[in-house]
Design a protein around this ligand. Structure first.
Ligand code: HXC
Length: 260
């Protein structure tokens, strides 16, 4: 892949994708969104990749939003298409069968908060700042922020964040359930790797099914979601990992999953 705006590296089952436009605080333009879509599609089908970490380049920003210079002169139809492109790119992250951890190393604003919310887990540096400041630009969130933020923190808090456009600190983001964990900036990548390694030690099939059960379930009614869960639970019994996991427990040893 010939990447201009992203850096993608791989080690021991863990891929790290870095959004790399530090001069504009990693702001997302059309090309970057296209690359995100391409990279996550590829990583999703690469059997050696078990977990993906997404971060931003530099110490100041994770992603400071969609690129305002790029958006400034868009027509209504181009604005719609840009929003749809970002939504598709973020759906590729959310729909990726591997767990994705956002390591949030600074500002996560607008599209930056929206891309973080499309990840499965979020670890924030103490210095990270979150917000949906679109209202200050005379627009609204367009990469599904009104939908994901509401689902993550509830309607009341989502409206406060979106209507005021104010930034919140990492600890507050943790308090309202927007991020899983807050750590010192110097420890951020180690903490993300530690979590990625722990998750990568589990079976890839059950991870994929758990992700589907949660993400599909939350969008449908409780009974349909529970039925989907039961079907996926049943499917686990067709895997070698289920046999290994249960045998290992009964034989009092650590499971060695084969990811099949
Ligand atoms: C384009 C951006 C940018 C952005 C920062 N820059 N954010 N360029 N798009 N979203 C550029 C600045 O213009 C500047 O370029 C350089 O990055 C450094 O930024 P500064 O503003 O000088 O840094 P600082 O004073 O530290 O302020 C940091 C900041 C501020 C608080 C994060 O940059 C900021 O408010 N950025 C915009 C945040 C925002 O509104 N995001 C939402 C965008 S709308 P120069 O050339 O001057 O060095 C959005 C919609 C999503 O995301 C949905 C679309 C469909």
């Amino acid at each position: 892949m010939n990447l201009k705006n992203l850096i993608s590296t791989y080690e021991n089952g863990i891929a790290t994708v870095t959004i790399n436009r530090p001069k504009v605080l990693n702001a997302l333009n059309k090309d970057t969104l296209l690359e995100i879509k391409e990279v996550f599609t590829k990583l999703g089908t690469d059997d050696k990749v078990k977990v993906i970490i997404l971060t931003g380049s530099g110490e100041k920003a994770f992603v400071a939003g969609a690129d305002i210079a790029f958006m400034q002169s868009l027509s209504a139809i181009e604005g719609f298409e840009f929003a749809k492109l970002g939504q598709e790119a973020f759906m590729t992250i959310e729909g990726c069968p591997k767990p994705v951890i956002a390591a949030i190393n600074g500002f996560a604003l607008g599209g930056g908060n929206e891309i973080a919310m499309a990840c499965d887990l979020r670890i924030a540096a103490e210095t990270a700042r979150f917000g949906q400041p679109e209202i200050n630009l005379g627009i609204i969130p367009g990469f599904a922020g009104t939908q994901r933020l509401t689902r993550l923190v509830g309607k009341t808090k989502a409206k406060e964040i979106i209507y005021t456009g104010a930034m919140i600190e990492a600890q507050e983001a943790h308090r309202i359930g927007l991020v899983n964990k807050v750590v010192p900036l110097v420890d951020l990548m180690d903490e993300a790797l530690k979590m990625a390694e722990l998750i990568a030690s589990k079976g890839a099939v059950s991870l994929k099914l758990a992700k589907s059960a949660i993400d599909t379930g939350v969008e449908i009614d409780f009974h349909s979601g529970s039925l989907h869960e039961a079907q996926l639970f049943g499917l686990c019994f067709s895997t070698e990992d289920q046999k290994e996991g249960m045998s290992a427990f009964l034989e009092k040893r650590k499971a060695k999953f084969k990811n099949k």
